[in-house]
Design a protein around this ligand. Sequence first.
Ligand code: GUN
Length: 266
Amino acid sequence: MTIKEYIATRKLEIKNYVEGLNVKPHLVIIQVNEDVASNAYVKGKLKDCNELGINGELIKLPIDTTEEKLLSLIDSLNNDDKVDAFIVQMPLPKQINEEKIKQAISPEKDVDGFHPLSELNPCTPQGIIDYLHAEEVKLQGLNALVIGRSNIVGKPMAKLLLKENCNVTIVHSKTSKEDMAFYIAHADIIVIAIGKQFFLDEKYQYKENAIIIDVGISRDENGLHGDAKPNLPVKLQTPVPGGVGLLTRLSLIENLIKIYNKKYNK
Ligand code: GUN
């Protein structure tokens, strides 16, 4: 099954489910940046909401918004019963402390799974695990390599792969070239999220049956590119665009439905 087929199937199921609900789920997206990737991402999320009958609302704030102002908006959304869940799109401008914002969102409404007490996982790693399950990949005992250690992807990804009983290694910008090549050559599954165009290419050796999950997105005059060069000699490689970005968007909707069902005891 391709990622597009998987997404289409799941979206149809969700659309039918939402059709049967009297009160539609209500998601608010707060955006405080002019980031090109964020714009595309937010547009995609609103399009998904629209397609699925979900009430999606964007609150766009100026780039010079103060931390105090954002915290006060978060407080009002936390206490607004009509809002089931919300996200604050990252990155945030320098004057705003990301960690403080993540912790201010009520865990019950934290559809991004960023709050330490949230029962949900961040959308990108969760979306990847859900897809691997749909593909019936047996994760137990696999050597999983996570390249990159960001709070949004690398760290939570490693945690979820560990929960699946993989042997997990995290490598990063301070890993030596030799060690990087060694870990890549021994990996059954590689999740890469560093934003370096075609970092993975033919100079590395891969296991024949390896799976590459490409989270990276970078842009040049030829368009969008992943962290892995297309068509590497492995069993499965997710494309960019049309890969992990779609899984992340689906996962946000899945998390929203989980929050909604818990709130209304479904
Ligand atoms: N920026 C990049 N990915 C994400 C995400 O999953 N959630 C939010 N809020 N911001 C992001």
